[in-house]
Design a protein around this ligand. Structure first.
Ligand SMILES: Cc1ncc(COP(=O)(O)O)c(C=O)c1O
Length: 415
C-alpha cells in the first residue's frame, strides 16, 4: 500500500517553502498530489487515476518503465555516483549507445544533468570553434540558464534577465531566406526540427536541408536541439533523420533518461569536440554522466529498440491527432485554429490563451493530463507515451470530446 500524502499539508509547504504562486495555481485548478505512476497512468491523491498525455515530452516510455527502473535500481545499489578519477563503464556504454543511434559522424558524447545544460555545452563548443555570432529562432525554446535563455525566442522570459549573451539574432523559424540573410562564417545556428514549446510549429518540407546546406557553404556551425523532438518522439530517432541532415552538434534530453532519470546530452562530430578532447576540464560538472544517469540512457535506448516504440509512435501519432481533430470539428471548431503535429508531439492551437486553459480544465476533469506550451499560450500539447492501448485511446477520445464540449459552452462563437 502506498501512503497517500495529505494534500493540504503539501499545499501548505508549497506556500511556505516552495513557491506561493504555484501553490495558488494548484488550489485554483484543484490539482491533486501525485502519489505514484506506472505506464500511461498517474495516481492522484484524489483517488483518481490520470492518463498522462503531458509530462512536457518526457514519458515516451511511460512512467517507471520496468527495465529502466531495474537497471537504475541495480546501479543504485552497486555504484550510483562515480569518483570521476577512475573510468566509468556505464558512461562509456551510454556514449557508445547514443553515438550508435545518432546520425553517422556524430561520435562524441557529453552527458549533462538537464536539457538547458546541453544547450550550454552546445553553445560553448560552438564558441570554441570560433563562432561568436548566434542565430536562433523566434519561438524556439532551449532552456532557462543564462546561455540557453539568451537563445530562447520569447522576450517575456529573456527581458527580466538582460543583459544576456551578446551577438544573438532571432530569425523566423521555417524561413530559410531570413536565415541566409543573417548568416556569416562566424555564425552558429541553433534550432529545433519541430518547435515544441513554441506550440508544435513544423517547418516546411526541405527547410532543414536548406539550413544545413547554407551553414555548410558559409562555414557556420549547425546545432539541432532535439531535446524534445528526439529519442523517438516524432516517430524516428531524430528530426534530423526525418530531414536527412546531420548537424555539427545534436542536443538531447527529456526521453533520454527513460522517464526515470534526469539526463541531457550533446553528441558532437570529432571536429567540434576536438577542444574538449584536448582539454576535458574546459567543461565539466560534478554529476554529469553519473553511472545512474548513464545506465538509464543505455536501458532507455535498449527499451525503445526492443519494444518497437518508434514504430508504435509512428502508428499512434495519426490516431491521436485524428481523435483531436474529430473532437474539435464536432464541438468547438470556432475555438481552434489548427490541430497539428508529428509522431506523438501534437498541438491544439486555440484562438486565445483563455480558450486553451478551458480545454485544459476540460481534459483534467476527464482525468487526462496535457501540457501547455511555454512559448505559446494558445497551444495545448498532447505528448502521450508510445504505450497507449485501445482502452487508453477510447479514454482519450472521450476526454477530448468532453473538453471540446466544455469549450463550446464557455467560449462564445463570434456573431
Ligand atoms: C527543445 C528544448 N530544448 C531545451 C529544453 C530545456 O530542457 P530542460 O528543461 O531539461 O533544461 C527544453 C525543455 O522543454 C526543450 O523543449
Amino acid at each position: 500500500m502506498i501512503a497517500v500524502p495529505d494534500r493540504d499539508r503539501v499545499l501548505g509547504r508549497y506556500a511556505k517553502h516552495v513557491n506561493t504562486s504555484l501553490a495558488s495555481l494548484a488550489r485554483l485548478v484543484a490539482a491533486p498530489v501525485e502519489v505514484s505512476a506506472a505506464g500511461t497512468k498517474v495516481l492522484g491523491s484524489d483517488g483518481h487515476t490520470y492518463l498522462d498525455c503531458g509530462g512536457f515530452g518526457v514519458f515516451l516510455l511511460g512512467h517507471c518503465h520496468p527495465s529502466v527502473v531495474a537497471a537504475v535500481r541495480a546501479q543504485l545499489e552497486r555504484n550510483p555516483l562515480a569518483t570521476r578519477l577512475f573510468l566509468n563503464p556505464e558512461l562509456a556504454q551510454a556514449a557508445e549507445d547514443l553515438a550508435g543511434i545518432t546520425p553517422a559522424g556524430l561520435d562524441y558524447v557529453f552527458l549533462t544533468n538537464s536539457g538547458a545544460e546541453a544547450t550550454e555545452v552546445g553553445l560553448k563548443l560552438a564558441r570554441l570553434a570560433g563562432k561568436k555570432h548566434i542565430i536562433a529562432m523566434h519561438g524556439g525554446f532551449h532552456g532557462k540558464t543564462f546561455g540557453a535563455l539568451s537563445v530562447t525566442g520569447r522576450a517575456q522570459y529573456r527581458d527580466p534577465f538582460a543583459p544576456l549573451l551578446p551577438h544573438v539574432d532571432f530569425v523566423k523559424f521555417g524561413d530559410a531566406a531570413a536565415l541566409c540573410a543573417s548568416l556569416t562564417p562566424d555564425s552558429v545556428v541553433l534550432l529545433e526540427p519541430v518547435q515544441a514549446e513554441g506550440g508544435v510549429r513544423l517547418a516546411p518540407d526541405g527547410y532543414l536541408r536548406e539550413v544545413r546546406q547554407a551553414c555548410t557553404s558559409t562555414g557556420a556551425v549547425l546545432i539541432l536541439d532535439e531535446i524534445q523532438s528526439g529519442m523517438g518522439r516524432l516517430g524516428a530517432w531524430w528530426g534530423a533523420d526525418l530531414a536527412g541532415v546531420t548537424p555539427d552538434l545534436l542536443l538531447t534530453g527529456k526521453i533520454l533518461g527513460g522517464g526515470v532519470m534526469p539526463v541531457g546530452g550533446v553528441v558532437a562530430t570529432a571536429e567540434m569536440f576536438a577542444p574538449l578532447n584536448a582539454d576535458p576540464l574546459l567543461h565539466s560538472s560534478t554529476f554529469a554522466g553519473s553511472p545512474l544517469a548513464a545506465t538509464a540512457v543505455s536501458a532507455t535506448i535498449a527499451a525503445i529498440k526492443s519494444e518497437g516504440l518508434i514504430e508504435r509512435t509512428r502508428e499512434l501519432g495519426p490516431v491521436v491527432r485524428e481523435l483531436a481533430i474529430e473532437a474539435v470539428a464536432a464541438h468547438c471548431a470556432h475555438a481552434v485554429t489548427e490541430v497539428r503535429g508529428q509522431g506523438l508531439l501534437i498541438g491544439l492551437d486555440f484562438v486565445s490563451p483563455e480558450t486553451a486553459t478551458e480545454f485544459l480544465i476540460g481534459l483534467l476533469d476527464q482525468h487526462v493530463i496535457p501540457s501547455y506550451s511555454l512559448n505559446s499560450s494558445n497551444v495545448l500539447r498532447l505528448t502521450p507515451p508510445a504505450l497507449l492501448d485501445s482502452a487508453d485511446l477510447r479514454w482519450l477520445g472521450g476526454a477530448l470530446n468532453a473538453a471540446a464540449k466544455h469549450v463550446a459552452r464557455t467560449v462564445p462563437r463570434a456573431a
